[in-house]
Write a protein that binds this ligand. Sequence first.
Ligand SMILES: [Cu+2]
Length: 126
Amino acid sequence: MKFAVVALALCAVVACKKAESTKKNTAAPVTAGTVAPDGTRAIPIAVKKVGYEPDAITAKPGEKLKLVFTRVEDTECGAQVKVDGGKAVDLPMNQPVEIAVTAPASGKLTFVCGMDMMQGAIIVGS
Ligand SMILES: [Cu+2]
C-alpha cells in the first residue's frame, strides 16, 4: 500500500512535468508512419518516463491506424495504456503492443496511462 502511494506520487510529478512539455510537442504533431497495403497506418509510439513519444499524431478523418506502443523505460506509469477511454492494456517492457484505432471524423482521440496521467492524442486534421 505504501509503495502504491509512492508510485502514484512519482507518477504525479512526472505527469506534471509532462503537462508543460506537451505544449511544445503539440506544435509539431507527427504525420509519419508506415502505411500498409490496406491503408492502415502503423505509428510507433515509445513509452518513456517523461511520457509518450510522439504524444501528438495527426490523422485524416476516419483514417485506420495501428498504434504500436513499446514501453522502453521501466516506469510504473507507463505499464498500462488506455486508448480512447477503452480498457487498460498491459505494456510489457520492450515488447511492441499493437492497438488498432480509427481516427474520429473530427476532433481528437486520446490515449492515457493506466492512471490517466501521461497523455497523447490523435488529432484529426485535413
Ligand atoms: Cu500514470
